[in-house]
Every structure is written in C-alpha cells, then in structure tokens.
Design a protein. Sequence first.
Length: 1034
Amino acid sequence: MDWKSAAPILDNLPGGIGLFCYDGIGFSPVYISQQLLKTVKCSDLTELEQLVHHEDVLQLRGKAEALLQQQEPLIHDFRLLDRTSGEYFWLRLKANSQANEGSGQIIYAEVTDIDAEKKAETMLTLTEKTLFSVIEESGVQFWEYDIKHDRAYLGLKSRKDYKIEGIIENFPASWIETGYVHPDDVAEYLNVMARLKRDAGSVCFDARIWNPNLEGYEWKKIHYTAIADENGQPAKALAIAVDIHDFKHSEETLQAVMEQMGITSWEYDINNRTIVCNGGCAETFDKNDLIVKNIPEALLDKRDVHQDDADILMDGYQKLFDGESQVKFQCRYWVSRIAQYKWFETAYTVIRDEGGSFLRAIGTARDIEKQKRAEEQYQDQLKFMNDVSDETLIAKGRHNISKNKVEFSVERSSYAIPGMEGEAYDQFIEKLIRQPLRAHKREELSRILSRRQLIDCFEKGSNHFSVTYQRKTKDGKLIWVETTLRTFLQPGSEDIICFAYTYDRTDSVLQQQIVNRVADMEYDFLAILEVESESFRLVTVNGKAETQKMSKKMHSFESYKQDIMKSVLPEQQQQVIANLDFSCIIDRLRDSDTYFFMFSFIENGEVRRKKLQFAYLDESKDLIMFTRSDMTDVYENEQAQLRRIATALREAEEANHAKTDFLSRVSHDLRTPMNAILGLSNLGLETDDVAELKGYMEKIQSSGQYLLSLINDTLDVNRIESDRLEAHQSQMNNLSLIEPVVSTGKILAKEKEVRFVVDLSGMTAGMIKGDIINIRRILNNLVSNAIKFTDPGGTVELKVEEGPSNNLRQRESTLYCFTVTDNGIGMSKSFMKSMYEPFAQENEASYMEKGSGLGLTIVKKLVELLGGEIEVKSALGKGTVFKIYLSLEKRETSAEEKEERFAEASMEALYGKQILVCEDHPLNTLVVKKLLSKVGCTVTTAENGQLGLDIFRHSPPETFAAILMDIRMPVMDGLEAARQIRLLDEDVPIIALSANAYDVDEEKSAEAGMNAHLSKPIEPQLLYETLLKYVNFR
C-alpha cells in the first residue's frame, strides 16, 4: 500500500495511525500519520515510554509482550504526560500484529484521545458516590445490582433491614430461594430482572418482601434504573425500595370495591404523558407493561384502541391537556385474552395541590360491553319493528313496561286484538290473556305477559319469551297464534321496553302435528277433517306431508264418501259405507286413539288392498287427521310370513324332539354315575371299616371322574354344534405336542395292563404352528378309547408320520398323519355308520368302561374344525385303526419355544409363593389350600371379593404371586373384584375358578382383566401348569 498517497485521508481520522516493523530486537517505523503525533503531543516517539504514567507502565508492557509473542490484539487505556501543561491525559491504544513476508512482524497501531470521556466517567463516579451517600442518609433501602455478574451490593439500611452482609451472590436467584420474595410475586420479580438484562432503562414495580424484624412480608415499591456499558449493554442497575405496605392495604381494599363494580383504575402523569398501571389494569387489558409512555398516541400506534374511535380518544385527552378536571369518553379497547375489542367508558379525575397546580390524574375504565350490545340490539329491534313484513304477522307493538304504557301498536290482520297508544299495558294484556281456548295456555300467557314477571326476568338476564296457543277469530274460525316478546333497556333511561309480535302459525302447527303423526307412515291420501263442520282440507295426494303445502279449500266429507265408493269392490261397499259414517268414526275414536279398517279397491284396473285410518290431531279433538294407505304389499308379505312361520314351527318341533331325545340320553347317563356316588356315599357313612371305606371312596372318585368327563364332553359337543368353538393357533415343538398324550396313554395302559407302543420314527423334531390344544384332545380321545376297548394283554400303538402337504394353498405346511391302532374288540359295519353320532354305543359294557359315547363325536367335529380328514378301519374281534390327517405349519425354532414349554417347568418354581384365594365355599377353599400346600405355596384366603380386594390393596407390593378368584361370591363378585384390582398400580396374575365352563364365561373373565379361566372341579395338574405359566413369566 502507498501510505504516503493515503496520508491526506489518514491525517483527518479521529485517531492517529502508525505502522511499525518489529525484527525481534526493536521497532522501526514504516509509516506515522501526522494525527498520531498530534494525539500523543510529542514529535519524538522514542521518548513516549518515559512519558507513560508510572501506574500504567507495567500493564502496557505486558499487553505489548502478549501482542508480539502470541499475536493477541492489544486494547489498553493509559495516561501520558503533556509536557506543555505538565498534566496527564488519557489515551486508548489499539494494535494488531501479523508476520512480515521477509522476517519479523508488522505492527498496526491506532491511538485515540479519550481524556474527556475518562474525566466524565470520573465525575459520574463521584456523583454516584455522592448520591449513594445521600440515599443512605435518607433511610431509604438501596442496593446496586451488577447485572453481568448476578451480584447485589446492599446499602447500609438494606443490610440492617434484611440482616444480610453487604453482598448477595447469584442475585436474584438466591434472594428468591431463601424466601425473601413472596411466592405470588416471584414471577413478576424474575420478569423485571429479565427486562433489565435485555435493555437499559427504568422499571418500577410492587412486590412483597420478607422483613426478618417483623417476621412477615411487607409491600415495597421497587425502582430499578439500569446503566449501560461502552457497548450499550446493561451493566448494572441502581435500586431503591420504599415501604408502601399501608398504602397497598388501602389500595387493595379500594381495588376490591372497584372490581365488584367492574371498574379498573390507573394513574396518568399528564406532564410526562405516562400511565402507571396497577394489577387490575394489567389484568383487564392483558398488558404486562406497568408503565406505558407516550399516551394517548401509543394506544393508537399499537392499535390498543379501535381505529374508528381514534377521534373520540384524542378529543378526550385534549380536554385533560386543556385543564378540565372531569373528563369522560367511550371507546373500544383491544383485549388480548378474548382477541377482540371491547367497549369501555374511560373517566379521568384531575388531582391538584393546595395551590391548584396539577399533581396527577386518576383514570378509571368501566366495562360497558353489555350496555353497548344492549343499545345496538335495541336499535336493531326498533328497525326490525318498523321493517317487518312477514305475511303471517297479525300485530306488533312496543310497550314501556316500567311506566305501564303502550307506546306503539299496529294491527296487520282482522285476527288482531287491537291496542291503543297511550293505553295502560296492564289493561291491554287483560284482553290478550282471555283469548287462548285452553285454561293452561291462558295461565301461561298471563304469566309471560305479566309486567312484574318481565321486569324480574330482565334483571336476571332473560329477555326473550314465546308462547303458542289456539284461539278463535271473531268469525269463529280456529287458528294457532304465536306471541313473542323481547325486552331491552332503553338507551339514555332506566326504562325497560318490550317489543311484542303476534303471528298466525296455523299452517305450520298443523303441518308439524301431521308430520309427528305420520313420519313413519306411507300413504297416498291425507286430509284434516273439522269435527264441527264435517268438512276437510286436503294436505297431500301421493306424497309426504312435509313436502306439500296445505290446501286452503274446504271439501265436504260426504262428497269424499261418494267419490271413494266408485272404486270399492261391490261386495264390500255396504260395509265401507257403514265404516265411513261420521257418527261411527266419532264413537270409535271415543274408545280408542285410532280407528281404521281395510277394504279392496280397484286402481288402474288392478285390485289393491287399502287402509283408511282416523285419529284426532291433538288433545282439543276439534280436528281429525285421516289417511288412506296402500297395504297390498304388506298383505302379501303377511301371507308369505304366515307360510314361513308354519315352516319354522315344523322345524322347531323337530328340533325340540331332537333336543328332548338328547336330554333324555344325557340325563340317563348322568343318573347312572350319580346313583353310584350317592349309593356308595350311604354305604360309606354306615361302615367303620377303613379299608372298606377307602374302596367306596375310590369308586366314588372314579364315578365322579366319569361324571365330570361326561359333563365336559357334553359341553364340548354343545360348543361345537353352536359354532362357538374356534381354532386357536399357537407355536411349540412337535415332540412337546405328543408328550402329554403319551404320558396319559402310559398311565391308562398300565392300569388296564395293555401294551402301549409309540412310534415317532417318521417325525422330525422341530417347531410347528397349529391348534395344539384341540390336536391333543383328538389324540387323547382316540388313545383312551383304544385302551378302553382293548383287553388286558393287548396292544395299542400311536404312530406319527409327516410329509409334504398335498394342498396347494398349504405348500409351506407339513402333512401329519396320526395313527392309533389297537387289537381290541373292534366295531361292526352297521355301527360304523352311526359311530360319530352323540351317545352312540355298540357294546353293553358297564358305564365305567363304555364312557360317555361322545368321544368320537368330538373327534370328528374337531378334525373338521381344523380342516383335516379322518379315516377308520375296524372289524369285530380284530381291532380298529384310526388315521387323522392334519396340515401343520413348520416354524423356525425361536425364543418363543421357551414360553411354549412353560408346562415343563419344575414344580419347585411354585415353592414359597404366596397365593391369595378368594372363595366363599369352605369346602372348595379347603381343596384349593390342600392342592397349593402340596407344592409348597403359602395361602391367604378371603371369603368374598371385597375382602380379597382389601387384603391385596393393603399388602406390600409383590406380596402375592397370583390370585385365584371365584366368580360367584357375596358382597362383591369375582368379576368386579378383578376390575378393581386392575385399577391399582401392581400387575398380578388373576386366575378365575368357576363352575361356569362356557366360552361366554371365559370371555367375561377376560374382560374383567383375568389372565386365565379354570372350571370346577379343579384339575390339579392344570392348576399347577397355569400357575407356573403366569408366575414364571410375570
């Protein structure tokens, strides 16, 4: 850069500029502006260091070293001696360093004269100290708030009043945390602090501060004035606090009174055009600013006042400026809370001192929104009354009910009851309330039109009334009229004005009554018949009442009878004439709400079935509505329905016969083991021989097991035949599928001394998906049947094979063939034709051997449910072979296998678990306790659901591993108890124990929040497996 060519520009800059080269030993000047020499007041720069104030030398050297060694920018204020005056003056040095292309560094330096600024700052500090001293001596609380470091320096009185040492760190947070600011004022205090940090300015607010000497909160008016740093950012704030506790108490009392009156207040400084808001003012107008400047212009700039009211606002304030002591005006202010303008009446009262000079103005605002709305509605109602031209209007009028005066009345119809302007309102309504035909309507009209009633309702906020009633005109005609009233406060007075209208509603009332009567009816003729004149008005033909207008023309009922007889079949004409006799119709309606009859009618050359129906339109019984409907389709449908009913009756009788036969066979099979149980029980009660008694008990147990098996099988058949049994898919190992069947088969075979062989060589171990439970039921039935009907020494074999599915829709599945073979007694060909029917039996063995006769029925139904096939071969005396084909989906072994094998868990897992048993029957409780004790469980019992709920609710968490819940119990049943437990925080397994074993009972248990449903009598192994499942996987 050519520094010399730039010299004219650089010499005119406020500060002096110099460019130096530093080679590590010393400085050599590259360029020095003339302004620099003028600024330092020295022509020889080598002498500068000797002229620096001795207090500034070391700091200046340190900053220079940092510039040269670390290239840190240098900004430093220092004092330099002016040899001419012999006084020091302030300079500010700014310097930067960068590497030179050759060697060393290039230093850029700028020097500015800041002597005037520093002297002003010193003077300000002295003034500030003087001010602090004056404030301290005045006894006002004072502190300085260091905004940048969140620190407060308390004055003498503040330290004394608050019993705090001079400095508060982490201000104002620590001040608030220690409770010095009332909780209700914390938000406002923090808001003020945030505003101080955002911009330098003045903030004044009221807050309750804790006074340790009085041990209570006191109201203080706190004023902060923020001071900015050289960058214009708030650096500190000076604060003073004045005690306003007594004033605040008076203000709160006044504010409460004003709030009750709907008035908001504030102070207005006319000279500074500033409003100081109180809390009520801020709440009313949704303003957070406690001080608002430049009023009234600011209200218009921010659109706080509606633009249409700008002239009213400015005129009101101009009156204040002109010296008026009382000023009132009305305008709309914006209220953010409801996001709209509202009407307020603003009033100012000027307060002056003893000499008449202005002190301040007290402003109030009263919400007059309702008043303005009422005025607008009043004007709208005046306009409506003048403009209304409804053709149904009979009369209209305006009445001053406060002064009992008819002000205006117009009759638009001969039906009207005339009123005279100037007439007493009470006298006018005496004529009106005599008009309704019904006594209760006269009472209702009298009550609504009463002046006292209208005034009371208006004061309570009700101003709209309406009553509809029936009356007669001067010429005796029946009409329906509606009288409506609206009341308003007359603007400029306290009088209540009533606007009244009366309309002819005859057509609309009749129309609605007709619609209410025939809304669901189909008809081709409808008319209204007047009883007194025996004439009718046509409402509609081939249509609906609500879509047609009522005819004004009246017709003779006799002419209608003559017209209809032209189309009635000759053989029915005499009866129709008798049925249409007017006196006959009246007599029939005296005994019944409706009267109707059917007849045949020729229409378009076709015989149709018609129905004529008559009914009074309302309770007055002055009008009869009659309709003619085409019932041809209904008649034909009734005939078809009769035929269907006959068919259904025949089928029901057949079904009832089958049901009777079924129940007979079931009851026979139930009585046999039941008789054995009762007989053996009697024998047991009579013997003292323990061995003999044990034998009886064993036989009772066997009979009971058979009885239970019969009941379960019967329920299963019932579920299957009523389509309430569904397939439930689950996943498990195929070996685990077979294991329970094999275990049960081995026990049965050992008891019968039959050889039981299992061949699984044709099956590959792996995971499958299918209806595991029902597959086991199929195999258990077949295996138990085979063992039952095989003599001791015989052989029963269960064989499982697998191969690809032949079903194209199940290519991902494996076809399993389950074969059960025995060399037992076999079946005849004749029996095999009916072997799947319920209770089918071939041999004459005892009931204990032959079983329920439902096993094969269940097997057949379940195989069909699962989409499989069944084959059977048998010969008498040689044995039987059953083959079951089922397609099961192969699955990869997964983590779910662990859950599917929950039943294999060791019984030791139940040891030490505490179980809550809710059961009202002592014997059932004893049985459950014995079963649970056998596996090491601890049992707590409750005799009803309420007691069980209380025990569980008041026990520590995870006290109970599970809950066994009976369904039918006194006080609170098991379903409700389960619902209440599920509302608690703890998730505990709940298992239902119920004598109800239908699917609907299981669904109810699940809906109540239970995990499982076990039917009584309880099977121990199933109880243990269920507990293991939910206790282990909880």
